[in-house]
Structure formats: structure tokens, C-alpha cells
Design a protein around this ligand. Structure first.
Ligand code: HEM
Length: 413
């Protein structure tokens, strides 16, 4: 994949203007797949000047890029006017979030977080996730129509992570509000008003967490926050800043994404009633169904890497410090990998996808996200076997890089 570039003019691989015009349109955000197909016919990688990045479309190229250990995730390595440099302003405590670190710090921090956030801790949560799902659905029982996002898909992951961390239930609504504001930090075009809300929420969450951490240091409990505080590897522990960075990341990385997995997944089922009936009549299909939901309509559309030397990536010359954007959603619909990729088929054989990224940064929360979506969809279909969409096509959230619905009105009759 890597050769010496003959010239360093990424504009040579510029996107055709007709497609560029579409790339940031609400239509593209609503349905990127048609445009991605047109692009794929012309090229497998191109330079995109609006955000300053080279975009990759093919499954194999994306897999290789995600695993390439020479690439960086640390925005401090990003050249000016590139996508990863735009995220630098959001990194209030540089060097404390595993999402934006390279080895050896990444390896050390991720190892410490892994000691607390284990697959066993996630599996132990399953009965609680079921109880939370039932409680949320109790509240809409008897209503003819309701919003699946507001009533179910949004609160579920926040309550789950708040309970895992050990947040007092009475503080959970506040916790959710902070979390909703923090996620805007992943928007490279954040508005000044949202930035202000984000700054205020971050300060409030930090103060809240500092008090919680002090309490747990004095008196540890059986929760994730205490486990993070005591986690130790070869004499290392998380510093106070790293603890704050990690908890904020678990909130931001885990909430909107899992909400969108449940929202997009249920939307796909309700748009394909034969698939919904199939799953309702055979709930054992749920594991495969959630993988197909992740593949068919990925909640995270892209991730990023920084190229650390001038090189040619998939035919595109890329300069040192410039951003690569593996388009995970394009990989998931690559016809070289999946037959009939735009078909939603919960019984698809091997619905593999790259929705959790890959390599050293592969999503740490994947087991939790999967458990939550499996429980949420199974419980929903058991409680409301005749669920269907209410009203016209629901409205998508216009946050670049993420795909989900602002609201998803559903009906039961
Ligand atoms: C459907 C839900 C989710 C999706 C689609 C998703 C997707 C992703 C993606 C694409 C990455 C970047 C991987 C890369 O660049 O190679 C990532 C990283 C991460 N995710 Fe998730 N995620 C989800 C849920 C969660 C949850 C529930 C948590 C935790 C509560 C979580 C925690 C993290 C963390 C900590 C990282 C950083 C890992 C690292 O850089 O080493 N995610 N996720």
C-alpha cells in the first residue's frame, strides 16, 4: 500500500465537483449509499478538501489502514487544516483519552481500562439491561404512538453506563444531559452555541466526577468507577486526569452510538416487515440480526488516522500529518465482500462489518453495545410484536460521522 509519492498534490485526486456538492448535503447524510456507489465506480480513494482528508472506500484498503501501526490517532500530530487537527480543539486534556493516543501511552492506558471494563463485567450487566429495557417499555405501554428514540433508544445506554459506573440514580438525568452536550465535540463544524454548552457541561461533569472519585478513593464500592481507580498494571495506575478522560470517553463514545444502533436497527426492521416477522418468530436470530444492523446502517460512518510520513495510500499521495478517513459505512457495503450489499437480511451468512473500527483502536465497548442492542430489540419485539413506523420517513440527525435519528415515531395497533 505504501510507496514514495511522486508529487504531494492531493488535489490531483480531488473529488469530482458534482459529487463534492452532494457530499455535505442533508440528502447525503440521509442516504449516503447511492453516492458512495457512484464514487466507487470512479475511484477507491480520493482527496476531500472541505475537511482536508483522504477518504478510503474499499473493504481491503480500510482494513489495512485501520491495522497500520505506523499511523497515528493523536491530533497533536495533525497538520493544520486537516480533519484530525480540527478535533484538536476538543481535546481539553491532550494525552488522556485512549481514542486519541498512540503507543506506548495508548497501550498502557487501554490495558488499565480493560482491567475494569471486562467482557465479564458486561455479561454481568445483562440481567440489569433486561430490567432497564422492561422498565422503559412499561412507561409507553398503552400509548398508541410514541418516540422510540426518546422513550427507549436514548435513555437505555445512558442508564446502563451510569449504573455500571455507580452514578446515583437521582443524578442520571443530569448525567444524560451532560453526555448529550459532550458528544457535539465530535462534530468538526460545531456551532459557537453548542461549543459553549459543551464547555459548561464538561466543567460540570468534571466537578461531579472529581467528587465521586474522592468518595470512591475513601470508600471503594463494587462499581466500574472504583475498579478504574484501583486498576493497576506493572505499577501504573490511571492519573486523576486520565480517569476523568476515560469516564468522559465512555459516556461520549458509548451513548449516542448505541442509541443509533438501536434506532437504525429497529428502523431497518420496521422498513422490512418480513425481516421483523422473521426475528419476532425466531428470537435466536438476534445475534446475527444485530451484526446485520451494524453492517447495513452503521451508527459510526467513519474513523480517522494520521499519516506520519509522505506516502501514497491507495493511489493517493498523502503528506505527513494529513488525515485518512476510512469510510466504515462504505466498507460495509462493498460489493466485493457482500453479495447484494444494500439488502437488509438478518439471516445473511457472515454479515461481517467494520463498524467498530479495527486494529489497536478497535472499539472497547463493542461487547457492551452488542449486549444492549440484542436485549433492547428482543425485548421490544416481545412486548410489541405488531410495532410499526408511524408517520412519514423520520428525521436524521445531521452530525457528520454519525448516523442516527432525531426521533423515530412508532405505533402499536
Ligand atoms: C454501536 C455502538 C458503537 C459503535 C458503532 C462504536 C464504534 C467505535 C469506533 C468506530 C471506534 C474507533 C475505532 C477505530 O478507529 O479503529 C470506537 C472506539 C471506541 N469506543 Fe466504541 N462504538 C460503540 C459503542 C461503544 C460503547 C458502548 C463504548 C463504551 C461504553 C465504547 C467505547 C469506545 C472506546 C473507549 C473507544 C476508543 C478505543 C481506542 O481508541 O483504543 N464504544 N468505537
Amino acid at each position: 500500500m505504501t510507496t514514495t509519492p511522486e508529487n504531494h498534490a492531493p488535489e490531483n485526486q480531488a473529488l469530482p465537483p458534482d459529487i463534492l456538492a452532494n457530499f455535505y448535503s442533508p440528502d447525503f447524510i440521509r442516504d449516503p449509499y447511492e453516492t458512495l456507489e457512484k464514487l466507487r465506480e470512479r475511484t477507491s480513494a480520493f482527496y476531500e478538501p472541505v475537511m482536508g482528508r483522504t477518504v478510503l472506500l474499499g473493504w481491503d484498503d480500510i482494513e489495512t489502514a485501520l491495522r497500520d501501526r505506523t499511523y497515528s490517532r493523536d491530533p497533536r500530530n495533525a497538520a493544520e487544516d486537516t480533519l484530525m487537527a480540527r478535533l484538536r480543539g476538543q481535546d481539553e486534556r491532550p494525552g488522556t483519552s485512549i481514542l486519541f493516543l498512540d503507543p506506548p501511552d495508548h497501550t498502557r492506558l487501554r490495558g488499565l481500562v480493560n482491567k475494569a471494563f471486562t467482557p465479564r463485567a458486561v455479561e454481568a450487566m445483562r440481567p440489569r439491561i433486561e430490567a432497564i429495557a422492561e422498565d422503559l417499555l412499561d412507561k409507553v405501554e398503552g400509548k398508541p404512538t410514541w418516540d422510540l428514540i426518546e422513550a427507549f433508544a436514548a435513555p437505555l445506554p445512558t442508564i446502563v453506563i451510569a449504573e455500571m459506573l455507580g452514578v446515583d440514580p437521582k443524578d442520571q438525568p443530569q448525567f444524560k444531559a451532560w453526555s448529550d452536550n459532550l458528544v457535539k465535540g465530535l462534530d468538526p463544524f460545531i456551532s459557537p452555541e453548542d461549543q459553549q454548552r459543551l464547555d459548561e457541561s464538561r466543567a460540570a461533569l468534571d466537578a461531579y466526577l472529581r467528587a465521586q472519585i474522592a468518595g470512591r478513593r475513601a470508600q471503594p464500592r463494587d462499581d466500574l468507577l472504583s475498579a478504574l481507580i484501583v486498576a493497576e498494571d506493572e505499577g501504573h495506575k490511571l492519573t486523576e486526569d486520565e480517569l476523568l478522560g476515560t469516564v468522559s470517553l465512555l459516556l461520549v463514545a458509548g451513548n449516542v452510538t448505541t442509541t443509533d444502533l438501536i434506532g437504525n436497527g429497529v428502523h431497518a426492521l420496521l422498513r422490512h416487515p418480513d425481516q421483523k416477522d422473521l426475528l419476532r418468530d425466531d428470537p435466536s436470530l438476534i445475534v446475527n440480526a444485530v451484526e446485520e444492523m451494524l453492517r447495513y446502517d452503521s451508527p459510526v460512518v467513519l474513523t480517522g488516522r494520521i499519516v506520519m510520513d509522505d506516502e501514497v495510500v491507495t493511489g493517493c499521495p498523502v503528506k505527513k500529518g494529513h488525515s485518512l478517513t476510512p469510510l466504515l459505512a462504505a466498507a460495509n457495503h462493498d460489493p466485493a465482500v457482500h453479495a447484494d450489499p444494500h439488502r437488509f437480511d438478518i439471516a445473511r451468512e457472515d454479515p461481517k462489518h467494520q463498524s467498530f473500527g479495527g486494529g489497536a483502536h478497535y472499539c472497547l465497548g463493542a461487547p457492551l453495545a452488542r449486549a444492549e442492542a440484542q436485549v433492547a430489540v428482543t425485548t421490544l419485539l416481545r412486548r410489541f410484536p405488531n410495532l410499526h413506523l408511524a408517520g412519514p420517513e423520520p428525521e436524521r440527525r445531521l452530525l457528520i460521522g454519525f448516523r442516527g435519528f432525531l426521533s423515530l415515531p412508532v405505533a402499536v395497533d
